[in-house]
Design a binder for this molecule. Sequence first.
Ligand code: CUA
Length: 157
Amino acid sequence: MHMLRLEKAWIALGLATMAAFFITLITLAVAADLNTPNTDGMTIDPAKVMQTPPFDKPGLHQIGPHLYEAYYVGQIFSWRPNQLSVPAGSTVKFFVTAVDVVHGFTIPDADVNLEIMPGWVSEVDKTFKTPGDYLILCNQYCGAGHAGMYAHIEVTP
Ligand code: CUA
């Protein structure tokens, strides 16, 4: 089959670009430990979130000095807990799930951005160094009240 030289060059460029992306992805995942938030694939029955510990009592649990676990449940149109408070310098391990539809768990001032899907528990660790009021938003359109779906974390000095 006859192929034009330019055609071959474009195919080579396409393959080289794909190879570059693939190598970058693998390198970042292995060397810099950059992975999707849900690497261990923790699942939960979305119909039984309210009966499944620890999500039956969403909130903050201290597990060590300056170390906390925060369990959040997203549901149209709110996050539970709506408000919590930690001292500056604390590391918070977030565990977030949803009972109904896909939501987005975002803390813009802390570079936290998780996709929250019913049936899955999304996780991220974050250290809050600077005191202040951190807004948690929903960044996935989830219905008429989407814009009102927010909560607060207060980081005290
Ligand atoms: Cu929840 Cu938008």
